[in-house]
Design a protein around this ligand. Structure first.
Ligand code: ADP
Ligand code: MG
Length: 326
């Protein structure tokens, strides 16, 4: 390892002040040495963000630092896990100090909010790409999975849908609120943990509701009916879409179904657990909206308020977000 790489690790990624008790050895040895608490299962995930593929070239370093961790915490949330440790593989064209300062500051700001410790990584020179591997804990047998829904279960999503997709579509002209939703997604960590023992299945919405709910349904060969008007849309989304002229109605209906990058949770709850869900929602720190029901017949059917079926023009919107997540 060259001096430069050593300096980068020491200056931007080594901290003394956030040491978890379950980290025996963090950054600085050949590998991290970690202690999984008794009675817990280890949940591990990894996501890579590549410049120009997963975020537009020119995205601020702080947004990349936040998002690279947020997308991984979102995967842990979808499993009902409590985040604990992360490793970071950083490939950067050259060691611009402003870029690294902004990146690491945003990364640690989010990490600190969830008491997550960076315990190792790798630093190389090359085209900009960032990989995070995240580790979390879930009590034995209580992880949420994609598999487990049953016909009749209610379908919910956290937060709002379509915001990030609209920001991506309008490429810088979407306004601060929507741009923030694209650049600084909020992993639903608290909601995921509160849903243990309540949700029958869960997934995070990285590629769009139709795609990700589709994965959840596939694992049990089930279908779903979605109520289009019940899909949660933010005020910024509804107002901004109004300004899209002839496309406004289609975008209003389709973006919350098809656009990716919102990193909300989509989960199912059996009727018998609805009362528990109502109680648990106080711990979500975000909205939670009923959007439809699980059905035995495979496929996703979308209905408008007057009971008409609606075919989203998903294929027409491939360019915004559907493939964002890889
Ligand atoms: P090795 O040569 O054994 O592969 P490195 O020299 O690559 O080790 O890394 C030295 C130490 O710094 C290791 O503990 C490694 O996990 C850590 N490290 C390297 N890059 C990063 C990074 N970007 N963020 C956090 N830790 C890092
Ligand atoms: Mg190495």
């Amino acid at each position: 390892m060259s001096d430069t790489e050593f300096d980068i690790i020491r200056r931007y990624f080594t901290r003394q002040d956030s040491n978890r008790k379950d980290v025996i050895t963090g950054i600085g040895d050949d590998a991290a040495l970690l202690q999984v608490p008794a009675g817990m299962e280890l949940v591990v995930c990894m996501d890579t963000l590549v410049d120009g593929v997963h975020f537009p070239t020119g995205t601020p370093a702080a947004a990349i630092g936040h998002k690279t961790l947020a997308v991984n915490l979102s995967d842990l949330a979808a499993m009902g896990a409590e985040p604990a440790w992360v490793t970071l593989s950083l490939t950067i064209p050259e060691s611009g100090s402003d870029w690294l300062a902004d990146f690491s500051q945003a990364f640690f700001k989010l990490a600190d909010r969830y008491q997550v410790q960076l315990v190792g990584g790798d630093t190389t020179q090359g085209p900009l790409a960032v990989t995070v591997q995240a580790h979390g804990f879930v009590p034995d047998g209580l992880a949420l999975r994609r598999r487990g829904a049953q016909a009749g279960d209610h379908i919910y999503v956290t937060g709002t849908l379509g915001d990030a997709g609209l920001a991506l579509l309008l490429a810088g002209d979407a306004g601060a609120d929507l741009q923030h939703r694209l650049d600084y997604p909020e992993p639903r960590v608290a909601a995921g943990q509160a849903l243990r023992g309540i949700a029958s299945a869960a997934i995070d919405v990285s590629d769009g509701l139709l795609a990700d709910l589709g994965h959840l349904l596939e694992s049990d060969q089930l279908g779903a009916a979605l109520s289009l008007d019940d899909l949660p849309r933010s005020t910024a989304f509804s107002e901004t879409v109004q300004r899209c002229g002839a496309d406004a109605r289609t975008l209003y209906l389709d973006l919350p179904l098809s656009a990716g990058d919102d990193y909300e949770l989509c989960f199912t709850v059996p009727e018998a657990a609805l009362q528990q869900l109502a109680t648990a929602q106080a711990q979500f720190f975000c909205a939670c909206t009923y959007v439809g029901r699980i059905e035995a017949t495979p496929g996703i059917r979308c209905y408008t308020a007057d009971g008409e079926t609606y075919e989203p023009a998903t294929a027409g919107y491939q360019h915004f977000g559907v493939s964002q997540h890889g």
